[in-house]
Design a protein around this ligand. Structure first.
Ligand code: HEC
Length: 302
């Protein structure tokens, strides 16, 4: 099939049938309405996406722009999720596959950050993963409010995290082993933009791992935001980010992190065979990586 470039799509929509006597089978009024709708959609699409000349299949993602080929993104072989899926015995390849399903977000943190900016902060995954008291939801209620699955080995934060630019993020339980996927040496992230900077305040924006850091929610991973430079760091105020609409609705607000979404976010669910004793705080043996996140929903919290 011929790939449709942007101009080709414009032509296709404006002159359906390539201009060769496309017969109008619909009543006139309907075609007028249809015409208006098509033109409206077209203008919308151009306004939203821009009519760039980039052809599908030739747009470079951040990793490729930074010179990172696919072979530099190794599968993770740690059997960290062993207790899930009733402890089913998996081959090494299957373990790597399940890991990918649960922690690899393929660079889509860039997309989700764009969505936050396009909506002036109305949709903000960095807030969804938070437990700041002003938000009205927290690690304790995200199951009942949003149907999101808490990742075992974390607890609700009781204050801002100075290691995470004062965001209120889930804290790792002390007696749990480190998340193997956040290991920056084993899985070096894409060094681009401000990643790897030490700011004048002494704070650091690490490069991080290409699997990101765990967030405390299954399927969501945290990545240092390459756009968070010295200027953004100086302007950053976590308290106002949570509490002051004049600050968090700003279109030019640069957040220190972007949140990536792995397949598991929508595909992991409570095990139907061994359901969690407390669904708000499940344990690994009570989770299935394939059953589907069937309780996820979007709600306006009270
Ligand atoms: C934002 C939520 C979401 C994410 C993220 C997501 N999926 Fe899905 N997926 C769904 C939903 C919802 C369905 C069911 C669609 C339907 O039945 O119409 C589905 C269905 C599927 C199915 C079909 C399952 C079947 O039984 O037929 C496959 C395969 C699948 N997804 C793979 C993936 C992979 C691979 C990824 C990651 C690259 C992924 N999904 C990420 C929501 C998601």
């Amino acid at each position: 099939m011929k790939t449709l470039g942007c101009e080709a799509i414009v032509q296709h929509v404006v002159h359906p049938g390539g201009g060769k006597g496309g017969t109008a089978v619909t009543p006139r009024s309907r075609s007028i309405v249809l015409g208006i709708a098509l033109v409206g959609a077209l203008i919308g699409a151009i306004a939203a996406g821009g009519c760039s000349r980039s052809e599908p299949g030739h747009v470079l993602d951040e990793a490729q722009q930074a010179g990172r080929g696919a072979q530099t993104f190794r599968h993770a072989s740690e059997d960290y999720f062993h207790d899930m899926d009733r402890g089913v015995a998996l081959t090494q390849e299957e373990i790597a596959g399940r890991n990918m399903w649960l922690v690899w977000s393929g660079g889509n943190d860039r997309f989700w950050d764009d969505m936050t900016n396009f909506t002036f902060g109305a949709f903000d995954l960095l807030k969804s993963i938070s437990s700041h008291p002003s938000q009205g939801y927290s690690r304790d209620t995200r199951w009942s409010y949003l149907g999101l699955l808490n990742e075992p080995c974390f607890e609700k934060p009781t204050g801002p995290d100075p290691k995470r630019f004062n965001l209120w993020l889930d804290q790792r339980v002390k007696d749990c082993p480190a998340d193997p996927f956040e290991n920056e040496q084993a899985y070096p992230g894409v060094k681009t933009g401000a990643r790897g900077t030490t700011f004048s305040s002494g704070e650091k924006l690490p490069v991080g791992s290409y699997y990101g850091y765990p967030t405390g929610i299954i399927g969501l991973r945290l990545f240092p935001n390459p756009a968070f430079d010295e200027k953004a760091a100086k302007a950053w105020d976590a308290q106002r980010y949570y509490t002051d609409p004049k600050y968090y609705n700003r279109a030019d607000l640069v957040r220190p992190y972007r949140v990536g979404m792995a397949c598991g976010f929508c595909h992991v669910g409570p095990s139907p065979i061994r359901p969690p004793g407390d669904p708000a705080h499940p344990q690994w043996p009570e989770l299935s990586s394939t059953v589907g996140a069937q309780y996820m929903w979007v709600d306006v919290h009270p």
